[in-house]
Each structure stands twice: as structure tokens, then as C-alpha cells.
Write a protein that binds this ligand. Structure first.
Ligand SMILES: C[S@@+](CC[C@H](N)C(=O)[O-])C[C@H]1O[C@@H](n2cnc3c(N)ncnc32)[C@H](O)[C@@H]1O
Length: 368
């Protein structure tokens, strides 16, 4: 039991990374026309601490939003109690309360389309805005939160990383537009990768893999630095995921290199050439190629087709027409040279005939 609690606490800890306003502004500025007249839901966001809520409250009029909904979660064993709300009840064991805020009007005090305050108390002075306690704990999977999801047009947040797969699956199931922060490691999972392949998800405008800083709870022992008394952690593998239009994914990658068997050797176990960086993709090769995962950040589905990712034994053995399973001898050689060996990883042979694994490859083919 204690072990399960520890695992849950560890998992929950990975979920308590709070997004800074600068990253939200930097990404969101590209999508402004898409928000006109829309209902936005931030469903992993305590309005008192979420910069997503703050961003949309501040820009409510400038974006022309119809409604902003934010729900907060009280199930986290590591989030603080500092945000207790006074709903008039006395609570013996104070716990963060799960509640929702629905904003439909933000008074434009200056007449310039913007407000200077994202302060909840200020927003709640307006009769058209409502704050209410949720029946459950604010889990995005609960029925009451799903009802809010159904009402929303666009979901924008940084969801808990430990539930990322489930979170995205729910957005896809309810056919919602979304713009969310996630970890690039999520690409390794079949379900997310399949969405890339089907052009149902893409990376956002902010550079992929440059990392982001997040505010973390005071209880965190590991952090990057302290800023204005707040602990800040860095996650080098953060990026934006969306199904809204992102210009770069409609632009062709400019290919200038020409194919030669010397520069682009074939894998030992796949009939596909190895390309070391997406900028090196040859302009005159029309067959299968293995490229690094970073290619996804430049992927234009009209220019390339994603076949699948390397390293998936089920796919390699059952579906891949260009996989050539190594002989027993070869498999032994792979094993000797690489203690994390897996026969389905792409392997390249060096001049001496020794096999070297090439990780994190995606197989693609040119469409035009
Ligand atoms: C990565 S943090 C980001 C918080 C906020 N969206 C932001 O960007 O600052 C994820 C948040 O989701 C909350 N959370 C964890 N599990 C959840 C669940 N099942 N449903 C809704 N929220 C959840 C966590 O407590 C945490 O506050």
C-alpha cells in the first residue's frame, strides 16, 4: 500500500509543473483568429494559479471569446492548500476545493478591448460570471467535466503528464480543437504517434525540443533556480501539441541534397536508407527512409507520408514490408554490441561489418 502511495505521489509530482505566461503568449499569438466567438475550456487549471486562465481572462475581449471555463482538480497529493476558497462552509480537514469558473463577460474598463485585471474577485463582481463548487474532484474524466468539454470549442492547457495519453484520447473522442503542452517523450507512444501519422495532431509554433521553465510547488527538492521566491524547474523535452492549423506543417521542407549509396547507407534489417538529420533528406529518393523524431516538427503531410516508427516489433514483424529480420547469428552480433539491443531497432553496419543501433527513427516516404 505504502509503495502504491509513493508511486502515486511520484507520478503526481511530475504533474505539478505550472506554465509561465510568457510561453502561453508566445504560442497563442499565432492562433488569434481561431478564438473569435468560441468557448474555451482550461480543464486542468485552478483559476487562481493558472496562467492559461489568466491569459484568456486578460484577452477575453481582444480574442472575442464567447465564454471561458476553467476547472480545478483537488485530487493531487502534492498540490498546496493555499488556494482554499471561502464558500461559506467550515471545513475540518482543509483541502483544496474543486470548482469551476465560467466567464462570459469581462468589463472593458478602458474601452481598449483589454482588461488590466485577471483577478477572480474583480471578474466575479459581474453577474454574468459564475463560480461554483464541482460535485466531484475536478478530474477531467468525470461526467461533469465531460459535460463542460462537450460545451467547449477549444481546449487549451498543460495537462498532467502522467495522464497525457488518456487526456489526448478524450479530446479526440469528443472531436475537440486543442492546444496543449506535453512532453516530447509522448511521441514514443503508439497512440500519439498514430495521430501524427493520420495528421490529427501536430507540433505548435514554438521550437520543438528547446525546453521550458515551469513554476513548481515549494515542496519540490529538485529545481533549476529560484525566481522571486518561487522554485522554477526546467523540462528540456516540453513542446506544444495541437490539431489547429500551424503554417510550418503546410510548407515543404526545402531539400537540396542528392542521394548516394555512400552517404545514405541502408539499414541491415530494414530496406530503408538512414538520414541523420531532416535537413539531409535527399530530394531525389522516393523510397523508405529512416529520419530522426525531430522530423515531426517539420512534417508536411502533403510532402511526406509517415510509414511508422522504428523499434516496434509488432509492426516490424507483422506489417512492415521492408523489414528483414536478422539471422540468428546477426541477432547475436547485435546483442553483443549493444546491451539494450532489440532486433527491431534499425541497425547500420560499419566497414568492419559490425552492427550499430540507430535509435529514435521514423520511417517516411516522399509524396512529391
Ligand atoms: C502540468 S500541471 C499544469 C497546471 C496548469 N494547467 C498550468 O499549465 O499551469 C497539471 C495539472 O493537472 C492537475 N491534474 C492532475 N490530475 C488531474 C486530473 N485527473 N484531472 C484534472 N486535472 C488533473 C494537476 O494537479 C496539475 O495542477
Amino acid at each position: 500500500m505504502a509503495r502504491i502511495d509513493l508511486t502515486n505521489a511520484k507520478r503526481a509530482k511530475n504533474d505539478e509543473f505550472y506554465t509561465r505566461l510568457e510561453y502561453i503568449e508566445k504560442e497563442l499569438k499565432y492562433y488569434k483568429p481561431h478564438f473569435q466567438g468560441k468557448v474555451v475550456l482550461c480543464n486542468c487549471d485552478d483559476p487562481y494559479e493558472s496562467n492559461f486562465f489568466k491569459y484568456f481572462a486578460l484577452n477575453f475581449n481582444a480574442l472575442g471569446l464567447k465564454k471561458l471555463i476553467a476547472t480545478c482538480y483537488n485530487g493531487s497529493p502534492v498540490s498546496g492548500n493555499e488556494l482554499l476558497l471561502d464558500f461559506g462552509d467550515t471545513i475540518d480537514d482543509p483541502k483544496k476545493i474543486a470548482y469551476k469558473v465560467e466567464i462570459t463577460e469581462v468589463a472593458d474598463v478602458n474601452g481598449d478591448g483589454a482588461i488590466n485585471l485577471s483577478d477572480i474577485a474583480y471578474l466575479m463582481q459581474n453577474d454574468k460570471n459564475v463560480i461554483s463548487i464541482l460535485k466531484g474532484n475536478g478530474d477531467f474524466r468525470s461526467q461533469e467535466c465531460i459535460e463542460l468539454l462537450k460545451e467547449a470549442d477549444i481546449i487549451v492547457t498543460n495537462p498532467p503528464f502522467s495522464l497525457f495519453r488518456e487526456y489526448v484520447a478524450q479530446l479526440v473522442e469528443y472531436d475537440k480543437l486543442f492546444l496543449i503542452i506535453g512532453n516530447t517523450n509522448a511521441l514514443a507512444c503508439r497512440e500519439i504517434f498514430k495521430l501524427f501519422q493520420e495528421d490529427k495532431i501536430r507540433t505548435g509554433y514554438t521550437n520543438f525540443n528547446v525546453g521550458m521553465y515551469f513554476n513548481v510547488p515549494d515542496s519540490f527538492e529538485r529545481f533549476h533556480h529560484i525566481e522571486d521566491g518561487k522554485k522554477i524547474a526546467r523540462v528540456s523535452t516540453s513542446c506544444w501539441y495541437t490539431n489547429m492549423p500551424v503554417t510550418k506543417h503546410n510548407e515543404d521542407l526545402v531539400l537540396y541534397k542528392h542521394y548516394s549509396p555512400e552517404e545514405y547507407p541502408k539499414y541491415d534489417n530494414y530496406n530503408a536508407i538512414n538520414v541523420n538529420t531532416y535537413t539531409d533528406i535527399p530530394c531525389d529518393y522516393d523510397y523508405e527512409m529512416g529520419v530522426p523524431v525531430t522530423f515531426l516538427d517539420k512534417f508536411n503531410p502533403k510532402q511526406f507520408e509517415i510509414i511508422w516508427r522504428g523499434g516496434d516489433i509488432e509492426w516490424a514483424e507483422n506489417e512492415c514490408a521492408f523489414y528483414t529480420p536478422p539471422t540468428k547469428e546477426k541477432a547475436e552480433q547485435y546483442k553483443k554490441l549493444d546491451n539494450t539491443w532489440r532486433i527491431q531497432n534499425p541497425y547500420l553496419l560499419d566497414k568492419e561489418g559490425n552492427a550499430h543501433v540507430v535509435y529514435q527513427r521514423i520511417f517516411i516516404r516522399r509524396k512529391r
